[in-house]
Design a protein around this ligand. Structure first.
Ligand code: KG4
Ligand code: ZN
Length: 331
């Protein structure tokens, strides 16, 4: 079964063709990052306009790369939410139009389900598993006993971890996109700043706004004294706290639920510090760890095509009245 999948929830226009939920035939990702970098973050109105300009080009390119025709496609999949509403609507309209014209099923995919199923490109998911979801909008620990069964164990009470990275980056004058650059800087620095370990309790919840405020306060205090902070050392100190708490609570969930499979999902899964620390912890505890390759950590349509295949097998198809949802729970 060939699925053509579309992802346009934020600032990437992406189209992918996936065979049977595991084989990537082609993927095209058109990033708008350079444009948004001028504004220090994603501007929703610009994002949706750029999706409109690019969507048909990206669809054509994905088919061309796959050496396929539209009539070879068996179903169309699309991210319906969560995300920027204007951006989502562009991908949604494209997918609906194609499903209508070619009279093929339309498969709706939740963006976070996509991030989780990106791991299926590495290896078929083995259940039960714990998923650590870490992106710009989400920080969650999820228990999955089978495909499309998502039991939320805990989540962030305030900022998502990627959001905290991006905000801290701005405070320490690291340009957009902050997350990857802070990660890189962290390896050039030392853990010299006295930052708190955020929400260091027995729950599966997270909190990053206090840690972020601690960085802001330290930076302001230093500037008032006429000093500049050491950016690499601050990046290292911040990243160490974040990685420590993510790893600690993830390993606790694996132990409490007696689970031996861990997958990591979302943009922050690209974080080198987190990847290294989880690899070590999972080695020590004999847990099978899967993390997508860097390309499939951040937003892409391949993950949507993979998630769509398993959704379809469970009969999850939508009518042409499918609507985009800026906010929607994972189900
Ligand atoms: O999953 P994603 O591409 O978009 C959302 O669905 O949110 O995640 C983007 C987030 C951004 O906050 C970005 O700064 C963060 O992931 N990110 C990273 C790294 N790469 C991307 N954060 C820390 N370290 C990284 N290497
Ligand atoms: Zn994402």
């Amino acid at each position: 079964m060939y699925i053509l999948a579309i992802e346009s929830s934020c600032d990437e226009t992406s189209v992918s063709i996936i065979k049977d939920g595991q084989e990537e035939i082609s993927t095209v990702i058109l990033s708008q990052m350079d444009t948004h970098a001028n504004y220090g973050g994603v501007v929703p109105e610009i994002a949706s306009r750029m999706h409109v300009e690019n969507i048909t080009l990206v669809i054509d390119e994905a088919l061309k790369k796959a050496n396929m025709k539209m009539t070879d496609i068996d179903a169309f999949a699309v991210t319906y939410g969560p995300g920027l509403i204007g951006s989502l609507l562009v991908g949604l309209m494209a997918a609906k139009t194609l499903a209508f014209i070619y009279n093929k099923p339309l498969i709706p995919v939740h963006h976070i389900a996509g991030h989780i199923y990106a791991n299926n490109l590495v290896k078929r998911l083995e259940f039960p598993l714990i998923a650590l979801v870490v992106s710009g909008g989400h920080t969650e620990l999820i228990y999955m006993k089978e495909d499309y069964s998502f039991e939320k164990l805990g989540s962030t009470l305030d900022d998502a971890v990627g959001e905290a990275y991006d905000k801290v980056a701005r405070v320490i004058n690291v340009p957009y996109p902050g997350g990857p650059l802070v990660d890189k800087l962290a390896f050039d620095g030392k853990d010299t700043y006295d930052l708190p370990v955020p929400l260091n309790d027995d729950s599966y919840n997270f909190s990053f706004s206090g840690l972020k405020s601690a960085v802001i306060n330290l930076a302001h205090n230093e500037r008032q004294k006429g000093n500049e902070i050491n950016v690499a050392n601050m990046a290292c100190s911040f990243q160490n706290r974040v990685v420590y708490i993510l790893v600690k609570k993830t390993m606790k969930a694996l132990k409490d639920y007696n689970v031996k499979n861990l997958i990591v999902a979302g943009g922050v899964a690209a974080n080198k510090g987190l990847r290294e620390a989880l690899t070590k912890a999972c080695n020590d505890e004999s847990v099978n760890l899967i993390i997508p390759s860097l390309k499939y950590c951040t937003d892409n349509a391949a993950m949507i095509g993979v998630a769509a295949y398993y959704a379809y097998k469970l009969g999850r198809v939508a009518g042409l009245d499918l609507n985009a949802k800026a906010v929607t729970t994972l189900e």
